[in-house]
Design a protein around this ligand. Structure first.
Ligand SMILES: NC(=O)c1ccc[n+]([C@@H]2O[C@H](COP(=O)([O-])OP(=O)(O)OC[C@H]3O[C@@H](n4cnc5c(N)ncnc54)[C@H](O)[C@@H]3O)[C@@H](O)[C@H]2O)c1
Length: 340
């Protein structure tokens, strides 16, 4: 999919990742090599300072998101900022204020499901009453493999295994699910209960401190109850979906809707008969491509991004709520998160 943009510059201090990226550009037939900046602060001093840059893509470890997003707003550069929007409350507030101060800047938060034609159609149908009153949601990030992401051997990606840098899995990864849940429920949750385990991969990395297995029960103001599981230790079988998968499922008075990116799924199951099961799509487009394309489209048209700072805020606050509930192994209310 072509995006009709010129990539003029790239800022990244890691030589190896820069080389991988430029090789990829070459493979894609991009003949004009971008300028490369390698200093820690060059993203601000050199890249954002350029007058020929209209928009930037921010794809860095989560603890750097807030500063980069705020500075992109201040520099008047539209940005596609990878999810989660940020990982702490003061960062949420700083980004919301930066967007308010710079309403003309399009800040798109990288929740690709928001731009997915499949997800948008499915959630429109839920909101249009396809399921009746939605009382139950099930969410899962169940990952199989011999090792998890974020080990020291993973180069720059070791940050995934460090809570301070990633915000832990409730922020770094489950934020996708929280975003979908808040989208369906129309609001962020009121409370959550959690339980989890750390140290499962200590033998591979003694410094790893993220919560590789946890469960949460989440209550939304509209009455929807969410049961969520996150597990990096699923066994691998020929039938890989038996233990694994990334999905969001909703049950209402009229039936259920199963959504998922892995395996791709968008299926409606009515209460009154399996002959009436409806597959909402036959093809599942690449959601990341759809998301990036929608970013360039909104910048060109001057319209609101499909995933904006408002939904980025709700997903981050939900992740913080669940993180606190899991760490303290108790029921936590959203007002505790907001009043820190
Ligand atoms: N939307 C999705 O499905 C999805 C999937 C994977 C990752 N992500 C997100 O993308 C972001 C990046 O993840 P990744 O897997 O590419 O990590 P990565 O470690 O592979 O890449 C991050 C890059 O940021 C660079 N970096 C670090 N400090 C920098 C600085 N001061 N200036 C410029 N660059 C700097 C690193 O050198 C590295 O090359 C994260 O927010 C992650 O959550 C999103």
């Amino acid at each position: 999919m072509g995006f009709s943009v010129r990539l003029v510059a790239l800022a990244d201090p890691d030589e190896k990742n820069v080389a991988t990226f430029t090789a990829k550009l070459h493979e894609l037939g991009v003949t004009e090599a971008p300028d490369v900046y390698r200093g820690e602060n060059d993203w601000q001093d050199k890249l954002l300072a350029r007058t020929d840059v209209d928009a930037v893509i921010i794809a860095v470890p989560c603890d750097l998101h807030a500063r980069m997003h705020v500075e992109a707003f201040a520099a008047g550069k539209h940005f596609y900022g990878e999810k989660p929007m940020c990982i702490e409350l003061d960062e949420v507030n700083a980004i919301v204020q930066a967007q308010e101060r710079n309403p003309e800047v399009r800040g798109q938060i990288g929740f690709q499901r928001r731009a997915s034609t499949v997800y948008r159609d499915a959630i429109e149908k839920i909101q249009g009453g396809m399921l009746g009153d939605v009382f139950e949601a099930l969410g899962a990030w169940r990952l199989s493999g011999s090792k998890p992401m974020g080990l020291p051997e993973d180069g720059t990606q070791v940050w995934f295994g460090r809570r301070k840098r990633s915000g832990d899995w409730m922020l770094e990864q489950a934020c996708h699910t929280w975003d979908v849940m808040c989208w369906v429920a129309g609001d962020m949750p009121a409370a959550a209960y959690g339980i989890g385990k750390r140290g499962l991969f200590k033998h591979l990395d003694p410094d790893r401190d993220v919560t590789d297995v946890y469960y949460a029960s989440v209550e939304f103001p509209n009455g929807m109850l969410l049961d969520f599981e996150h597990n990096w230790m699923c066994p691998q079988f020929d039938d890989r979906w038996k233990f694994g998968g990334i999905s969001e499922r909703f049950t209402g008075s009229k039936g259920g809707l199963s959504l998922g990116e892995w395996p791709p799924d968008a299926t409606f199951y009515p209460r009154d008969g399996k002959d009436k099961v409806v597959k909402l799509t036959e093809t599942f487009p690449n959601t990341t491509h759809e998301s990036i394309a929608s970013f360039y489209a909104c910048v060109r048209a001057g319209t609101e991004p499909l995933s904006n700072v408002r939904n980025g805020r709700l997903a981050t606050l939900t992740g913080m709520l669940v993180r606190k509930a899991v760490y303290e192994n108790r029921r936590v209310e959203m007002r505790e998160i907001l009043s820190v």
